[in-house]
Design a protein around this ligand. Structure first.
Ligand code: GCU
Length: 764
């Protein structure tokens, strides 16, 4: 049993007094629990119990989920409703959902949960709140899960209990020691602290001329007597970089801030490193910080919450990306040193290591909104247990446990999930350019130039002459020099830099010839058409399973796949249009900028609609859309000149967060579809813009049409009057009035109508 260690287990089919029995053996309660969950999973997959022989133990000591939940139940980057932690009713009322969550997490091997946002409030450290944390910890404990807390670096000062936040000040040191004693009295198995400091405007040790090691060590010393740890985040960077400085580079920040501190941290400090040097993009190179800390335990941080990867409205199975990161061999000192072995502590002989995921489940019944998104949480748990587990096995097990053992269901879902990261990457930002989302909004739809010309440093430097960040040592920011020699050489040379990371490392002309043989811009055009088509194909693949899936989950998933298919076209067109304009290079296949099946709303005959600009221009077809400001509604009509046949008719409109406009599509005066634009998702923020985040598609399938038919779209806006008080109402103090607040209106906006996508489907 030695190999099982503290958390592993053995499952065996054996005999007891002549009777066949199933044995679960472990060195701890936690091991028995994991063994029991494994047994249940095997039974659910129909495994015979007569020949069990499973010996398993986790490879990583810390398998921790980060919640970015705030005290008011909002969640930073949460896409499935409010926080599950009802802090106001704790500790008196303990929601049974906590137990469900603990059970689900334990079943995938999670052994720690950081309860609150990395951008932390100091309120959690007050006695009243510690009692609340203790109530959650009591639910988690039987499931082998320790609770952790994100702490505000200068909490004692913030709470008014010291006169400084300087981590070397004796008052501050004493405060943290007393606080740790208090926490452990309430929560004897408390896991420790997570810290985000000196980043994105958060205060940090630098304001006192101190280092991250000073800040981490004061906390670590306070926790050490209780075996608690500090997960100090390597995500420390300046978000006011100078765009004009060609040497400025956010990607450098991790190594620049931490490498010189290697060896200066207490033993119970773990540096928590985001997988890539920027921020959870669809693809980034692996952070070079993994190779720069030889004397400090490390944890990798990934994001199950799909912040930049479709916010649980697009299906994107992220374990494919994570395993690509874990398998990357950093070649430290020219030796085999894949990230997965660095974070287990093996490569640099560290006593501990960790695998952390930001998860942000919410109050929605299925935790993460998209029925397919739980596969990300499941896959995280499996890779944190064993980073070498095969992706095929992980997804197949998830599919069977979630959707049953029907071979067609399993084959179909497994294949869709396995390909989905590459599909998403190909219709968003390929070639390492970054996700190309609106980084100044809520990171969901395309908003290409939002990344440029500001202090955030997510630049890709798309200019007339070419695109990409020159991060070479020879002529660029020197970032590449932060990698160990072999990797640095590979990335520095255009001859060996992989196509899928090219624009992360190099500035190249748009017609630059890739290793694939294609010109860069043509490859981008093609990838976007292929990716959008692959996303559209999820719909018929899902429909092929209709009789085998329960109606509730079938319909919900179907609607999301339809949405994704439409939104992938928004992405495709925005990015292709932008590249077409900046490069001036035509698509050799003639698709970009030519939409023969598309009827622009602004070119249709209108009854009341008015033309408006879409900003940024590339997120609206032709840069324009139409809006209706008339209470009774407006119409768009067109007379078709098409061969008779059955068509898919797609209406591209904008669904704004707060309003509920109504649309009706008619042919020759007879309505064929009516729907409400009632989406309140993505839920991160109300957005009142017509742009790539709100652009939405409704497709009416197999509509019989012929030349001369009149197609009419009627839109009825949702105009909201707001009651307000005071002088503004009429110039009279104390008066009140009604006004139309422009940001609350949804003017039944329309971008275009498209017939097709491939012309007549079944010509008559
Ligand atoms: C991203 C994210 C923020 C978050 C930050 C972090 O920048 O957009 O919401 O706070 O990551 O990891 O701290």
């Amino acid at each position: 049993m030695a190999a099982a260690g503290a958390e592993g287990f053995v499952l065996e089919s054996t005999n007891w007094e002549g009777h066949p029995v199933t044995l679960i053996a472990a060195n701890s309660d936690q091991g028995l629990l994991y063994g029991a969950f494994r047994l249940l999973a095997l039974m659910q997959q129909g495994e015979p119990l007569s020949a069990l022989d499973v010996h398993d133990a986790p490879r990583l000591k810390l398998r921790v989920l980060d919640h970015w939940d705030n005290p008011d139940r909002s969640i930073e980057r949460g896409y499935a409703g409010q926080s599950i932690w009802d802090f106001w009713r704790l500790p008196g009322y303990v929601d049974p959902r906590y137990t469900d969550y603990a059970r689900a997490d334990a079943s995938i091997g999670v052994n720690g949960i950081v309860l609150n946002n990395v951008s932390a409030s100091s309120v959690y450290l007050t006695p009243r709140w510690i009692a609340k944390l203790a109530a959650i910890a009591a639910v988690m404990r039987p499931y082998g899960i320790r609770v952790y807390l994100s702490v505000l670096f200068n909490s004692p000062l913030d709470l008014g209990e010291t006169s400084t936040g300087d981590p070397r000040d004796p008052q501050v040191i004493a405060w943290w020691h007393a606080k740790a004693d208090e926490i452990y009295r309430a929560i004897p198995d408390f896991g420790g602290f997570t810290v985000k400091a000196d980043s994105e405007g958060r205060k940090g040790p630098s304001q006192y001329g101190r280092t991250p090691a000073d800040a981490a060590n004061v906390l670590a010393r306070a926790l050490a007597p209780y075996h608690g740890v500090v997960l100090y985040r390597g995500f420390v960077y300046n978000n006011h970089l100078d765009w004009h400085d060609l040497k400025a580079d956010r990607a450098r920040a991790g190594v620049d801030n931490f490498a010189s501190l290697d060896g200066k941290f207490e033993k119970n400090v773990i540096i928590q490193i985001k997988e890539g040097p920027i921020d959870f993009q669809a693809r980034e190179p692996v952070s070079p910080l993994f190779a720069a800390l030889l004397h400090t335990p490390q944890a990798i941080e990934v994001q199950t919450s799909q912040e930049y990867t479709g916010q649980q409205r697009h299906m994107v199975w992220l374990p494919s990306m994570w395993q690509w990161v874990l398998d990357t061999d950093m070649r430290v000192d020219g030796k085999h040193s894949p990230v997965k072995e660095i974070i287990t502590g093996k490569t640099f002989n560290q006593p501990t290591g960790g695998f952390v995921s930001v998860v942000n489940v919410g109050m929605e019944p299925n935790w993460l909104h998209h029925p397919m998104a739980m596969a990300n949480l499941y896959g995280y748990g499996k890779l944190a247990w064993n980073p070498d587990e095969s992706l095929e096995k992980i997804i197949d097990t998830w599919t069977r446990l979630t959707w049953g053992n029907d071979p067609q269901v399993d084959r179909t879902i497994d294949a869709m999930q396995l390909g989905s990261w590459n599909v998403y990457e190909s219709y968003t930002g390929p070639n390492g350019v970054g996700t190309l989302t609106n980084i100044l909004g809520y990171h969901f739809g395309p908003g290409i130039e939002s990344a440029e010309r500001n202090g955030w440093g997510q630049w890709f430097r798309g200019e007339k002459d070419g695109i990409g960040m020159d991060r070479t040592v020879a002529t660029g920011t020197g970032y590449i020099g932060q990698y160990p020699k072999e990797l640095a050489e590979k990335y520095e040379s255009l001859a060996t830099c992989p196509d899928d990371l090219l624009l992360f490392f190099h500035h190249v002309p748009y017609d630059y010839k890739l290793h694939s043989g294609k010109a860069l811009v043509q490859s981008i055009y093609d990838a976007h058409y292929d990716g959008a088509r692959a996303a559209a194909d999820y719909v018929p693949q899902w429909e092929s399973l209709k009789d085998k899936i329960d109606p509730e989950r079938y319909e919900k998933t179907h609607a999301l796949f339809e949405y994704q298919a439409g939104h992938a076209i928004v992405w495709r067109d925005a990015i292709n249009n932008w590249f077409h304009q900046i490069s001036g290079i035509d698509d050799v296949q003639g698709r970009v900028g030519h939409h023969p099946n598309r009827i622009e709303a602004e070119s249709m005959k209108t009854g009341g609609y008015r033309t408006v600009d879409v900003v940024p221009w590339e997120t609206g077809s032709g840069g324009k859309a139409v809006e209706c400001h008339a209470v009774k509604g407006c119409t768009l009509t067109t007379t078709l000149e098409r061969p008779a046949g059955r068509y898919d008719v797609a209406v591209q409109y904008f669904d704004i967060w707060h309003g509920v406009s109504t649309y009706t599509l008619s042919v020759n005066g007879a309505p064929i579809a009516t729907w409400k634009a009632d989406d309140t998702l993505p839920p991160a923020q109300p957005d009142s813009h017509l742009d790539g985040q709100t652009s939405t598609r409704r497709t009416i399938h197999h509509v019989a049409l012929k030349s001369g038919d009149v197609l009419e779209l009627r839109g009825v806006p949702d105009l909201r009057l707001e009651l307000f008080h005071g002088a503004q109402a009429s110039g009279l103090t104390g008066a009140q009035g009604l006004r139309m607040e422009p940001n609350l209106q949804e003017y039944a906006p329309v971008d275009y109508i498209e017939l097709g996508p491939d012309g007549p489907i079944t010509p008559q």
